[in-house]
Design a protein around this ligand. Structure first.
Ligand code: ATR
Length: 333
């Protein structure tokens, strides 16, 4: 890309505290090649200077630039947050290049969160337990890894339902995927009374259940039931659990497409349940519509996206931003 083409032009948007770069208005995606040729291609002239990024593949859809720009603006930090498409296997190289260019840090999204754990110099305990890194801080020649997904979920559940995750009995649909694993580990660390792990490929849920039992405090069984239980994605087996659960989390990708079949039969949903769908686009999945029809309270994953961002920002800059302008930025986007 030619230097002139990428030089950020600015325009005033009413209500913005400072010029907003045109780069942020379009789903602009950078590449590893861009990072390698940054200065030679004139990218050092980009104003505000990119200091944060999200790496993933695909990454064009990510709302993280809008989310974090609202946080940067709050603190008056000159800099912008960009998207970088990175191929599997190139995560460490991407970190090295960003660190060399003076980036503060980055977020890591699908499919790189597990690779990122191997690519950082150090990871905190939570990231190690989740087995994935979604936030990296470049500090003193070190790449430090964190995971803000679990803490983001805790805050999202508190915000949406005015209850604490630790006080809920939880079923996680799709516990075998990356997002489901993060939610499940967080539930175990919160010492939830019960965690039921549901997965289409049952072995993944069974293996995770064994791992999570080691993270619980206190008794691993309650009455006749194990506090952590694995189940296949079988409606009858799921239905048999629901009367003794409070929260159902969808961490599968089912619902992303309008044509997706229902994940669960609507008839098994009960009105006492809270239903949290990690999917936020579409805003109301089939599961959330069925839950509302059954009298359940439900919410989508926009609040988790918001709060994981707040926690990530705290890792980068020490202070956490006010979530409200960030929420507004997500809604605008
Ligand atoms: P990841 O989050 O690791 O990228 P994914 O492929 O997006 O993984 O899948 C996330 C979760 O959605 C997994 O638990 C997956 O179940 P499997 O482990 O059995 O693959 C689940 N999932 C994906 N498609 C599904 C479907 N059509 N029905 C039920 N579960 C599904």
């Amino acid at each position: 890309m030619a230097a002139m083409a990428i030089k950020a032009t600015t325009r005033r948007i009413p209500g913005r505290r400072r010029p907003y770069p045109a780069l942020m208005q379009t789903p602009d995606v950078h590449t590893i090649e861009d990072l390698k040729t940054w200065a030679a291609a004139g990218r050092a002239a980009i104003d505000p200077k990119p200091i944060l990024a999200v790496i993933g593949k695909p990454v064009a859809h990510s709302l993280s630039p809008q989310l974090h720009q609202a946080a940067l603006d709050q603190f008056g930090i000159e800099g912008q947050y960009i998207r970088i498409e990175v191929e599997p296997g190139a995560v460490r190289q991407a970190f090295d290049l960003m660190a060399g260019l003076g980036f503060t840090g980055c977020n890591v999204t699908v499919p790189h969160k597990v690779e990122a754990l191997q690519a950082v110099d150090e990871a905190d305990t939570l990231a190690q337990r989740i087995g994935a890194v979604n936030t990296v801080l470049f500090q003193d020649d070190l790449k430090l890894g964190f995971n803000s997904d679990g803490p983001g979920l805790v805050r999202a559940i508190r915000e949406e339902f005015s209850v604490d995750l630790k006080d809920l009995r939880v079923m996680i649909l799709g516990a075998g995927g990356g997002a489901g694993r993060a939610a499940a580990v967080q539930c175990a660390l919160e010492n939830c009374e019960r965690v039921v792990l549901v997965n289409r490929t049952t072995d993944k849920a069974t293996d995770l259940a064994a791992e999570l039992r080691t993270m619980l405090h206190g008794t691993p069984v309650l009455g006749p039931r194990s506090r952590i239980q694995a189940l296949p994605l079988d409606p009858r087996k799921i239905e048999a659990q629901l009367d003794a659960l409070d929260l159902v989390i969808n961490a599968t990708s089912v619902g992303l497409k309008p044509t997706d079949p229902p994940l669960l039969p609507a008839a098994i949903l009960q009105p006492h349940l809270l239903v949290y769908d990690l999917i936020y686009k579409p805003a109301r999945t089939r599961l959330l519509r069925d839950a509302a029809a059954a009298g359940c309270r439900g919410a989508n994953g926009l609040s988790m996206l918001l709060h994981q961002g707040v926690v990530s920002f705290g890792h980068w800059f020490g202070d956490e931003p006010d979530p409200n302008p960030m929420r507004q930025a997500l809604m605008d986007a």
